[in-house]
Write a protein that binds this ligand. Structure first.
Ligand SMILES: Nc1ncnc2c1ncn2[C@@H]1O[C@H](COP(=O)(O)OP(=O)(O)O)[C@@H](O)[C@H]1O
Ligand SMILES: O=P(O)(O)OC[C@H](O)CO
Length: 512
């Protein structure tokens, strides 16, 4: 008798800034089950953001088990695991005990901003840009690793003796999934550390020496789609191959099937991250974007241009948790709709400085244009619009760098559920905004990368057929009006920068 074919699945672990998620996909690319757990955001002082790395691991492990159980599956049903993660967030742990020596320093954390200013003043910007594709900013991992080595008692000495390991969140998960047997990251995560040369595709000695980081701490760099390790049997009762890893934005680019040069996606989560596939030849941006590795598959590296916006969906969380004018993120849409126009009110949510294309570490959030008639609806609208305006600035920079006009923007992430925001986005861009049926593109990208490596999916053509449109937002703004709105936004950003400059000058005088 012919043996019944066993249906198998791919498990994606999506470790985000605010929650850990696990999603199981079947061969048709459909979601079979999802489990999610939020974890603690730790704000030790203004500008500092930390996570408890043990909580990252325990929440991720918990949701993985929950997703498998919810789908009624066992470990043997999982063909492969793909990992995708919040990027840049830095963890240093003791190789012997497996315990972190400090809380994870999150990508949003600004504690190394002053040191970054020193690096710029000392003229390292050009060299770092050429080698890593990045601009000097506290956002990337290098200065966070240095901070830990400089500030945790005994850490520098232990690191020099090879007793400490550094990793971004993917490496931390791999270490724990393999019970400390594998210390590895993938090339996309490596490309966000500011220690990795994206041209030679190796850790860079000059950068390691500049930041005084011992090479012995670094993980091995793997492709985004290959057999990286196997999980320790105690987790799922069997060993499962970890066969795909990519930073969340790179995974989303893949999950959106932006696999040809010129294709662009924007993810609207805590922050907004726009990536454009630029193919096999890295372009160094002339417009303050960063160049990053999109993925490495079958020995071939492809690159992307990226614009990172630090505060997007987070501005909605601030309306909910900080101002208390909405009870849930979803409520922002109906509140904003009560104000048909912004009536001149602009919110620039530079709570963690401004990312691309401004890169102003000292900028802070600003609300301008209020009158006695301003209501919470105007503020909600201004908050949503700020997400779209910031996206517009990045898209224009990308068009200038690539020398093309972008005709379609594929979108995903939590805030894309907001139709008012998506329509406004299309209006001010004059570009079609396309929301796919499955907006879990990050997890999907990680699943695809893992499934391709193990032969679960045959090739990229097979998975490209699975991508489907849910909604297409067509620009409907009147040109003159749109120009007026955009002018208002530009003035608001100028105000933020002027304020940041004045406060930086004042700080300098006070500290003299
Ligand atoms: N309907 C909505 N309108 C606007 N923002 C929303 C809406 N629903 C969720 N969000 C925002 O989206 C973010 C969550 O999206 P998600 O993709 O899960 O983010 P992350 O992966 O960064 O944790 C939150 O910041 C939340 O405030
Ligand atoms: O966790 P997200 O989705 O907010 O993404 C975080 C980014 O990877 C930071 O660069």
């Amino acid at each position: 008798m012919k043996e019944k074919e066993i249906t198998r699945y791919v498990l994606a672990l999506d470790q985000g800034t605010t929650s850990s998620r696990a999603i199981i996909f079947d061969k048709a690319g459909a979601i079979v089950s999802v489990a999610q757990k939020e974890f603690r955001q730790i704000f030790p002082s203004p500008g500092r953001v930390e996570h408890d790395a043990s909580e990252i691991w325990s929440s991720q492990l918990g949701v993985a088990a929950e997703a498998v159980a919810k789908a009624g599956l066992r470990g043997t049903d999982i063909a492969a695991i793909g990992i995708t993660n919040q990027r840049e967030t830095t963890i240093v742990w003791d190789r012997h005990t497996g315990k972190p020596v400090h809380n994870a320093i999150v990508w949003q954390d600004r504690r190394t901003a002053a040191y970054c200013d020193e690096l710029k003043a000392a003229g390292h910007g050009q060299m770092i840009r050429e080698k890593t594709g990045l601009v000097i900013d506290a956002y990337f991992s290098a200065t966070k690793v240095k901070w830990i080595l400089d500030n945790v008692a005994g850490a520098r000495e232990k690191a020099a003796r090879g007793l400490l390991a550094f990793g971004t969140v993917d490496a931390w998960l791999v270490w724990n999934l393999t019970d400390g047997k594998t210390h590895a990251t993938d090339i996309t995560n490596a490309s966000r550390t500011m220690l990795f040369n994206i041209h030679t595709q190796s850790w860079d000695e000059e950068l390691l020496s500049l930041f005084d980081i011992p090479a012995a701490m670094l993980p091995e760099v793997k492709q985004s789609s290959e057999l990286i390790a196997e999980t320790t049997p105690s987790i799922f009762s069997v060993t499962i191959p970890i066969a795909g890893i990519a930073g969340d934005q790179h995974a989303a680019l893949f999950g959106q099937m932006c696999t040809s040069p010129g294709m662009v996606k924007n993810t609207y989560g805590t922050g907004c991250f726009m990536l454009m596939n630029i193919g096999e030849h890295p372009i160094i941006s002339q417009n303050n974007l960063v160049t990053t590795i999109a993925w490495k598959i079958n020995g071939k590296v492809e690159y992307a241009l990226e614009g990172s916006i630090f505060i997007a969906g987070a501005v909605v969380q601030w309306l909910r948790d900080g101002l208390g004018i909405i009870r849930s993120s979803a409520e922002v849409e109906s509140l904003a709709a009560k104000a048909p126009h912004n009536d001149g009110v602009y919110l620039v949510p530079a709570f963690a400085g401004l990312g691309a294309p401004h890169w102003d570490q000292h900028a802070r959030g600003t609300l301008v244009g209020m009158t006695r008639g301003t209501t919470s609806a105007h503020i909600a609208r201004a908050a949503l619009e700020s997400i779209a305006y910031q996206t517009m600035e990045v898209l224009r920079a990308m068009e200038a760098d690539a020398g093309i006009s972008i005709k379609e923007l594929r979108v995903d992430g939590g805030a894309t559920n907001n139709n008012l925001l998506m329509q406004f986005q299309a209006d001010i861009l004059g570009t079609q905004v396309i929301r796919p049926k499955i907006t879990e593109t990050t997890a999907m990208g990680a699943a695809y990368l893992a499934g391709l490596a193990t032969g679960f999916w045959k090739d990229q053509e097979e998975i490209a057929r699975q991508w489907q449109v849910d909604h297409l937002f067509t620009p409907a703004g009147k040109e003159e009006q749109v120009h007026k709105w955009i002018r208002g936004w530009s003035h608001a950003v100028k105000a933020v920068k002027a304020w940041a400059k004045l406060s930086a000058q004042e700080d300098a005088v006070v500290s003299q």
